[in-house]
Design a protein around this ligand. Sequence first.
Ligand code: TMP
Length: 217
Amino acid sequence: MSGLFITFEGTEGGGKSTQVALLAGRLRELGHHARVLREPGGTPIGEEIRHLLKHSPANAVMMPEAELLLMNASRAQLVLEVIRPALTAGEIVLCDRFYDSTTAYQGHGRQLDLALVKSVIDFAIGDTRPHLTLLLRVPTEVSELRRNARQAATAGPRDRFEEADRAFFHRVERGFQRIAEGEPERVKIVDATQGIEAVHEEVWRHVAPHLLPLGEQ
Ligand code: TMP
């Protein structure tokens, strides 16, 4: 694997997609080939799975086990079809959520057995692991406000995840915290309550050292 693989994680409302876009723009200005992906999704198969998971009217009765497997079906497709070839070609891959979201949402949030969750993830990704993960953190109240506002503002279909209760999101947050504590070298916590530019600069401080081996900064 010769490229660079960076993932963004966190609960809703941390501005992940804005930060992914800002980072991609800066990397491209410096001449890097930056590819932006999201999970679930990122491939034609993955985007269909995303719809099934989030918005399909049929998903009201989806079981946590099915959710876990669908997340990882989308992920396996994305890794094999896009991420691995891009890294082999030396690209920088930025992914809006990756397997830490499964540990946090399906493991801690839905309370599936963490060892089982890990083995499903391992099957889906093999040795394709992020070099750096940025955990954008906002207080519970901020992500709750963001979720409610999004639900109220969208004329589109409901989002099953945003309907989950407060206790679920507390467990997800604690899950992300434990992941960061367990792997401080890979997972960097970023205070996402700051302004967009300040968050971007903090993100950049974590990313820049990883660019040196790629030969440009
Ligand atoms: P988002 O892309 O708008 O953040 O929506 C993705 C939703 O899916 C979000 O609520 C988090 C959830 N999710 C999981 O539960 N497990 C996963 O592995 C991933 C990637 C996302």
